[in-house]
Design a protein around this ligand. Structure first.
Ligand SMILES: Cc1cc2nc3c(=O)[nH]c(=O)nc-3n(C[C@H](O)[C@H](O)[C@H](O)COP(=O)(O)OP(=O)(O)OC[C@H]3O[C@@H](n4cnc5c(N)ncnc54)[C@H](O)[C@@H]3O)c2cc1C
Length: 406
């Protein structure tokens, strides 16, 4: 086996960490570069979907993962114009865990890092930011440059550096921007001490606004959907108007909104929906949001990123472990993941057009027939449950466990 230089994965998000774990598990030397010092950032969602949980089951880690604090949600409800509707169920899915585990992403990533460190070829470097690429004389990507000025040679570079990927730009991969009509305001609303957590739906659309409230024990992680570029007028109206708006849309949050003291407590997250039309060039492969930035709609981005990582490991890990040249196989990863990505992005665009844009214009004044039907016919709810829970083109782990570790 070739052992030097390693596969370099840039980005310790779900895509990069799962890819790193699977490559190391197959005995491939892998170095993951993460620019932050820890995984403790709020902005990437909490949803671990049934198909992702199934992958952990396939590598014998599901039971261990589910020891991490999480809430299990097997039924999705929507609070729309003052009424609660049940719109999706996952109870029927053919997998070991028939629910979405609501788990802060830093817990998931810490867990994967801990599992990765069991393998000697797994090297995770925090506080290490990649800034660009280096090429060999034939134009093949042969490593990365770091913010520290260092240069790291690589056998293969995997760009998993998220929706503002520096590496996909550096590699000059062609990008198709699909546009997104909204941004997200991301903030915490605590449950006052001594109070039971009031009932607040995961998603609420009312009074011309939309709020998502993810329960995290003693606070909700909230997302308010606003029009693209619409933060400046909200800021101009002041924090009190913002708090009142929140209470108007989701009254259950009222008791905790005083804790939002200023706009310093509210982060603006820019939403993007795009995809590379080519995910690789010799020596480099892009996966996850770096290959296709996902909108938060449906909370499916983490799942897609993880599925890309599994596809990459399925196609490349055994070959890399055998010392083969990865370049002839890179395009296969895109070929395997292209249709599932395009389909999911088409659904997100449909939701942007049919739900988000009318909501932002204040035009949702009655409950759509489809919501009534899903609420009344339990069998119908299985369809959105399956799409959200398993996605399209589900991957199973086929990358090997190196003989030394079995
Ligand atoms: C507001 C919002 C809410 C969302 N909520 C959800 C949700 O609830 N569920 C869901 O499934 N999806 C959600 N998504 C989508 C989801 O966040 C992404 O699809 C998913 O995180 C993609 O994973 P990734 O590993 O490809 O990239 P990321 O999670 O973005 O990870 C990329 C990593 O690379 C690191 N990095 C970046 N540049 C460099 C560099 N130059 N050098 C080194 N490291 C670098 C970053 O620090 C980061 O850790 C949401 C998106 C938004 C915008």
């Amino acid at each position: 086996m070739k052992s030097d230089p390693p596969v370099i994965i840039v980005g310790g998000g779900p895509a990069g960490m799962v890819a790193g774990l699977l490559f190391a598990r197959a005995g491939v030397p892998v170095t993951i570069l993460e620019k932050h010092a820890d995984f403790l950032r709020d902005f990437r969602g909490d949803t671990v979907h049934p198909s992702t949980l199934e992958l952990f089951d396939e590598i014998g880690l599901l039971e261990e993962l589910l020891k991490e604090p999480h809430a299990a949600i097997d039924t999705m409800t929507l609070h729309l114009l003052g009424q609660q509707y049940t719109i999706a169920t996952m109870k029927h899915l053919p997998v070991a865990a028939r629910f979405v585990a609501m788990m802060p992403q830093w817990d998931l990533l810490d867990f994967i890092a801990g599992q990765g460190r069991r393998y000697p070829t797994f090297d995770l470097r925090m506080s290490t930011e990649a800034t660009g690429l280096i090429y060999d004389a034939g134009g093949r990507v042969s490593g990365v440059t770091l913010a520290s000025g260092e240069v790291l040679p690589a056998w293969l570079v995997i760009a998993a550096d998220g929706r503002r990927s520096v590496l996909r730009d550096a590699a000059e991969l062609p990008l198709e921007d699909l546009g997104a009509p909204m941004d997200v305001l991301w903030f915490r609303v605590p449950v006052p001490a001594g109070m039971d957590m009031p009932e607040v739906a995961l998603g609420t659309i009312d009074k011309g606004g939309m709020v998502v409230a993810i329960p995290r024990g003693d606070y909700w992680q909230c997302a308010q959907i606003i029009g693209k570029g619409g933060f400046a007028p909200i800021e101009a109206e002041g924090i009190e108007a913002f708090r009142q708006r929140m209470i108007e849309i989701a009254p259950g949050l009222a008791a905790g909104t005083d804790a939002i003291k200023s706009f310093g407590d509210v982060k603006l997250l820019s939403v993007a929906l795009d995809r590379l039309t080519r995910w690789s060039r010799p020596g480099l492969l892009a996966i996850g949001d770096a290959a296709h930035a996902m909108s938060p709609v449906g909370g499916v981005g983490i799942n897609l990123a993880v599925q890309d990582a599994v596809a990459a490991a399925n196609i490349l890990a055994a070959r890399l472990a055998g010392g083969a040249d990865p370049d002839p196989w890179l395009a296969r990863v895109q070929a395997r993941r292209w249709k599932p990505t395009v389909r999911m992005q088409a659904l997100q665009r449909f939701a942007h057009r049919r739900i988000i844009e009318p909501m932002l214009r204040g035009e949702i004044t009655r409950v759509p027939l489809a919501v009534h039907l899903l609420d009344r016919i339990p069998l119908l709810r299985r369809i959105p449950g399956r799409i959200l829970g398993l996605g399209f083109g589900r991957q199973h782990v086929q990358s090997p466990l190196a003989k030394d570790f079995s």
